[in-house]
Design a protein around this ligand. Structure first.
Ligand SMILES: Cc1cc2nc3c(=O)[nH]c(=O)nc-3n(C[C@H](O)[C@H](O)[C@H](O)COP(=O)(O)OP(=O)(O)OC[C@H]3O[C@@H](n4cnc5c(N)ncnc54)[C@H](O)[C@@H]3O)c2cc1C
Length: 397
């Protein structure tokens, strides 16, 4: 009896029994969280990951994929392979998250948990901008494939890349995509017949990376003859996809209008109450824990304030956060010292062409405010990007 009591925590739970770590979402954050948790816990504890898509795609490949520089059959990875690492994968749609009763209802049954990691990303609201659903985009794999087919036939005309509203994933994506299209059109010998414009809702490009980086991007676009229109989020696309209207009152016609959809909290997360009615899930910035103990939210689904902005919605940050929450969970289960606080450090690629890539990122939670930079594009930067893609496919990240 004495022995039994000494193995109970304050809540009456057995410390000896295996714990259940449940990860919702098998994207960047969820996979890294599951891999790190599995590595830090012995086999008496279970790590399960749920995602409705067995095969997930690397969105970061889309800007090169649309111009034929990446193969569509090499842009995905199967979550089934996580079984090799002792992680249970459940292919199911998550229908309800009950943090009070510590249960998650899915299309394949209900699971309980001791520790929950919500990594369900951002949901696209294709209908927030009338006409966007039927227009082009490069923000989802199926849309990127369609745009790839359209671009392969394009010989002349205007291409408009149009974001509606921040925040959106990968803040460099509209600019890198415009520059990649510029490079591709030059390579094809059709650049003189093609106009490229980027419309964004923000007052300047890539503000989250700081003033110097923003100016670098402006100059890079300018040097390449790419039009940049700021404070002009797209508000509507005509049903034929050939005309767009913007928040500054302007409109333009184009051969291809590719929108960045409005991003919002996934419905199932909003319904769970874990966001307390906020647009994104608020978390403790040092532990990424929600207001419910042992329930964490990582990656695009959360908001971590950083200076005048928030930690960008990017895979590198989602993965870093996944690693951190797994360390925290493992320390609680293994009763080891609490790890240091989340540092908001992350670097990702900003590609300028098929052969050169820059690095953008920094320490977003540095004392005194975010410490960020954008490097010059280099050939070795592209080699690092290619390595990143290979590592992603083999679950190293
Ligand atoms: C064009 C583009 C380029 C990008 N380039 C880069 C880059 O170069 N570097 C970088 O770091 N980031 C980049 N990103 C951003 C990056 O893809 C995201 O920030 C990252 O995927 C977020 O990770 P996450 O784990 O939070 O969510 P996600 O990776 O979106 O994962 C969420 C998962 O949850 C699953 N899910 C959601 N709802 C449910 C449900 N109800 N039931 C079951 N499963 C569900 C989804 O299927 C998905 O697999 C880019 C994004 C785009 C669109």
């Amino acid at each position: 009896m004495i022995l039994a009591r000494s193995c109970m925590d304050a809540g009456g739970n057995s410390l000896m029994a295996g714990k259940k770590v449940l990860v919702l979402g098998g994207g960047f954050g969820g996979v890294q969280a599951a891999i790190s948790a599995r590595a830090a816990l012995d086999s008496t504890h279970e790590v399960t990951i749920i995602d409705r898509n067995r095969v997930t795609h690397l969105c970061g490949m889309n800007p090169l994929l649309i111009v034929g520089e990446r193969e569509t059959d090499k842009a995905g990875r199967s979550l089934g392979r996580l079984a090799n690492r002792g992680i249970k994968y459940l292919e199911a749609s998550i229908d309800l998250i009950d943090t009070e009763d510590r249960k998650v209802a899915t299309s394949a049954g209900t699971l309980d948990f001791d520790y929950l990691i919500i990594a369900l990303g951002a949901q696209y609201d294709w209908d927030a901008v009338p006409g966007a659903r039927g227009a082009y985009s490069f923000y989802e794999f199926a849309y990127a494939r369609r745009l790839r087919r359209r671009l392969s036939r394009l010989k002349r005309g205007k291409i408009v890349i149009a974001a509606s509203k921040p925040p959106y994933k990968c803040p460099p994506a509209p600019f890198e995509t415009a520059m990649i299209i510029n490079w591709w059109a030059r390579k094809k010998g059709i650049r003189k017949n093609i106009e490229i414009s980027v419309y964004i809702p923000e007052p300047g490009p890539l503000g989250v990376a700081g003033k110097a980086a923003s100016m670098q991007v402006r100059n890079a676009l300018d040097q390449r003859g790419i039009e940049l229109v700021t404070a002009a989020g797209v508000t509507e696309v005509a049903p034929d996809g050939r005309e767009a209207s913007f928040a500054n009152g302007s409109s333009t016609s184009a051969s291809i209008i590719a929108t960045i959809p409005v991003h919002r909290l996934p419905d199932v997360v909003a319904a769970s109450g874990v966001a307390n009615g906020k647009p994104w899930v608020p978390v403790n910035r040092t532990t990424l824990e929600t207001s419910t103990s042992n329930v964490f939210a990582i990656g695009d689904v959360n908001v971590v304030p950083a200076g005048d902005f928030a930690i960008p919605k990017a895979g590198v940050f989602a993965a870093g956060q996944g690693k951190k929450v797994s360390e925290i969970i493992a320390s609680r289960i293994n009763e080891t010292p609490t790890p240091g606080p989340y540092d908001g450090v992350g670097f990702c690629f900003m590609t300028y062409s098929g052969g050169r890539s820059a690095t953008v990122g920094g320490e977003f939670l540095a004392e005194g405010g975010p410490d960020t930079f954008l490097s010059e594009p280099t050939v070795s930067g592209m080699k690092s990007k290619e390595r990143f893609e290979r590592d992603w496919r083999s679950f190293k990240i």
